[in-house]
Structure formats: structure tokens, C-alpha cells
Write a protein that binds this ligand. Structure first.
Ligand SMILES: NC(=O)c1ccc[n+]([C@@H]2O[C@H](COP(=O)([O-])OP(=O)(O)OC[C@H]3O[C@@H](n4cnc5c(N)ncnc54)[C@H](OP(=O)(O)O)[C@@H]3O)[C@@H](O)[C@H]2O)c1
Length: 339
């Protein structure tokens, strides 16, 4: 079996999680991570045993901070088979020419435009579209959430139109700079970009989105109203969602009434960084009337795209031909059990 050599460029919220997830797979290994500043995250990466690569001009700062470096960022590009670019939105674009020059594959994240890679990725919807590709892009946390639930429903019943409101967390928990801290802020540029982003993978889907930024850091929450291709009943949709990969049904009746209890549940599951990789749907909040489906779902923005990045590496590096097998392998390694 060949082992893919993976470099992580950008060791922040997403990058550190992807590094940990890749380390748990038996067909890929982390050959290094990048840091531009010798922060606590750099020290943590070193403690976890990751080789750290830095910009040439930062070498001295890391030396002064007594954090060992393995070389420059460009050295990592030469060493890796594939780079998972987890730099902040729009920074990945600046690196594309360097990946091309180094002849290394690269995965971009949802903060970059679809056009940068030319192909966007979701494990269930289009695993094979990235097969052997030099570049691909794992769509954003919200887009991943919408595709995880709408794609299986569309395959079984067809979704004629979807109307979604995205209630967005204002910042990640580790971020003290962003807000609002006591307000709700509607996105007035309508429809929002979330619908077109879903269409980068499901171009045939009619989807209309609005968004509100809310003063919470835990999770995003979506309200979804979908016009189905035919009349259905609630039990049929619940059956589809129960067997959909990386979707977890919870019950308000059992005490999970909000994103707060979901995060508490994630802590109880004992996973790395208390992550909830699955899209969480309230079972008792799913309802079909005629051909209209209503449901709510919560998205753990820090982690739902992490298993998708692992599967995308497998597709691009031709490690596993079959999407279902890759998803099962990733989920087993990350402790995502179907319930
Ligand atoms: N957080 C989310 O909710 C979320 C969810 C899904 C997708 N995404 C997407 O994932 C990507 C990364 O987001 P994130 O939330 O992980 O961002 P983040 O927490 O800000 O992490 C990005 C890291 O990149 C490093 N960095 C900055 N400039 C760099 C450069 N020029 N070269 C190399 N590294 C650099 C920074 O660390 P140092 O400068 O200290 O090295 C920073 O910690 C974005 O495209 C974002 O849209 C984010």
C-alpha cells in the first residue's frame, strides 16, 4: 500500500484538526506543518511531534523562541505529495503558483473560490470528481452541511427547491477579535453565497439562501424548507437521514435542545478537541407536509470539513477508488460511528 506524504500549510482552526486526522489514517502521513509565527500553536505542533516549516524570514524568530524548525515552507512543498492549504481565506490563492512550481498537489478550503481549483469536493456527492486531480477544494462548513443532508434526500426523493436560512456563529471559540457580541446581523447581499457554493457540487439544485450572524461561537444552525419532487412522509425522510454518512440525529425530547447541549454531547463522546464531525439534525424537528419538508440542522464549523479533507486526499492521491470505502475508513479512524 502506498502512503501519501501530506503537508499542512496553515496550522490554525482547520489545519491543526486536519493534521491530527491525517495522522490517524494508515495510508497517509503528515510530513510537516507550516507556521508563520512562533505562537502557542507552533509550540503545541512541536510537542505533538510535527515537523515545522516556516517562511525564510521567520527562521530567526522561531530560533529566538526555541521552537525547532525543519526548513522553509518551500522545503515542505518539495517534500510532500499533497499540501492541504488551510491558510485564511484568499491566502491560498497566493500559494497556487508556488504549488504549481513545486509540482505538488493541493487542496484548498471553502474560503477560496471554486474557480481557484476548478473542482470542489464532498465525500458523498462527488468523490470521483477529484480523482488524481492536482487541485481540489473542500467546500465550506455550511456548504458541507447542506450537501450532507440535501444530497441523499435529492437522490431518493428529489429536491425541487430548497430555502435555507443560515444562522452563523460570529467567530470561532478561540477567536477574541470578531463579533458581534450582543446583536444579530443580517447579510443584506442576497441571496447569500451559500446557495451558489452548494451548486458548485450540485449544479442542478435550486437552492436559495439567506444568512444572519449571531452572537455565539459554538455552531452554525440552518433552517431548511425544501419542496420535494413528490409527496413523502416524515418517516421516509428520517430513514434517509439515518443512513446518510456523517449525519447524526438527536432528539430535543432527550435534552438536546440547542447547540450548547450538542457541544456538551461532543465533549462526552471524548473525541479529539471535542469535535462533532457530523451534521446534527433534530429528529423531532423533521416534518413533511405533502411535498414540503422542514428541518433544522447544526454544523460544528471547526470540524465538519475535517473528514472530507481526508477523503479528498485519498481521491486526489488515488489511494482508494471507492467513496464508500474511503468514508468508512476515515470514520473508523476518527471514531465516527453510525448511530
Ligand atoms: N473556522 C471555520 O469555521 C472554517 C470552517 C470551514 C472552512 N474554513 C476555511 O478554512 C480555511 C482556514 O480557516 P481557519 O478558520 O482554519 O483559519 P485560522 O484559524 O485563521 O487559521 C489559519 C492559519 O494560517 C496561518 N497563516 C496565516 N497566513 C499564512 C501564510 N501566508 N502562510 C502560511 N500560513 C499562514 C495562521 O497561523 P500563523 O500565521 O500563526 O502561522 C493561521 O493560524 C479558510 O479558507 C476558511 O474559510 C474555516
Amino acid at each position: 500500500m502506498s502512503i501519501a506524504k501530506v503537508g499542512i500549510n496553515g496550522y490554525g482552526t482547520i489545519g491543526k484538526r486536519v493534521a491530527a486526522a491525517v495522522s490517524k489514517q494508515d495510508d497517509m502521513q503528515v510530513v510537516g506543518v507550516t507556521k508563520t509565527r512562533p505562537t502557542f500553536e507552533a509550540a503545541d505542533a512541536a510537542e505533538r511531534g510535527f515537523d515545522i516549516y516556516v517562511p525564510e524570514e521567520s527562521l530567526q524568530a522561531f530560533k529566538d523562541a526555541e521552537i525547532k524548525t525543519a526548513g522553509t515552507i518551500h522545503d515542505l512543498f518539495k517534500k510532500a505529495d499533497i499540501i492541504v492549504d488551510c491558510t485564511p481565506g484568499d491566502v491560498g490563492e497566493k500559494y497556487k503558483a508556488e504549488y504549481l512550481a513545486a509540482g505538488v498537489k493541493a487542496i484548498f478550503q471553502g474560503g477560496e473560490d471554486h474557480g481557484l481549483a476548478g473542482v470542489s469536493f464532498n465525500s458523498t456527492a462527488n468523490y470521483r470528481d477529484s480523482w488524481g486531480a492536482q487541485f481540489s477544494r473542500v467546500v465550506s462548513c455550511n456548504t458541507t452541511g447542506l450537501i450532507r443532508t440535501l444530497c441523499p434526500i435529492d437522490r431518493e426523493i428529489r429536491v425541487k427547491n430548497a430555502y435555507v436560512t443560515v444562522v452563523r456563529r460570529a467567530a470561532d471559540p478561540g477567536d477574541s477579535k470578531l463579533g458581534p457580541i450582543n446583536a444579530l446581523e443580517p447579510s443584506v447581499k442576497l441571496p447569500t453565497h451559500h446557495g451558489p457554493d452548494v451548486q458548485s457540487i450540485m449544479p442542478w439544485l435550486n437552492i436559495n439562501t439567506m444568512a444572519i450572524k449571531a452572537s455565539t461561537t459554538l455552531m452554525h444552525l440552518h433552517t431548511v424548507v425544501a419542496e420535494l419532487g413528490r409527496d413523502a412522509d416524515t418517516a421516509e425522510v428520517l430513514g434517509i437521514l439515518k443512513s446518510a454518512p456523517r449525519v447524526r440525529l438527536v432528539k430535543s425530547k432527550s435534552g438536546i435542545k440547542s447547540t450548547a447541549e450538542i457541544m456538551e454531547y461532543a465533549r462526552d463522546l471524548g473525541r479529539d478537541r471535542s469535535d462533532m464531525y457530523e451534521i446534527v439534525v433534530w429528529e423531532d424537528g423533521v416534518k413533511v407536509v405533502g411535498n414540503t419538508l422542514y428541518f433544522y440542522q447544526a454544523v460544528h464549523q471547526e470540524s465538519d470539513v475535517v473528514p472530507e479533507n481526508v477523503d479528498c486526499i485519498r481521491s486526489m492521491c488515488k489511494l482508494e477508488e471507492d467513496a464508500v470505502t474511503s468514508v468508512e475508513k476515515t470514520d473508523k479512524a476518527l471514531g465516527i460511528a453510525k448511530r
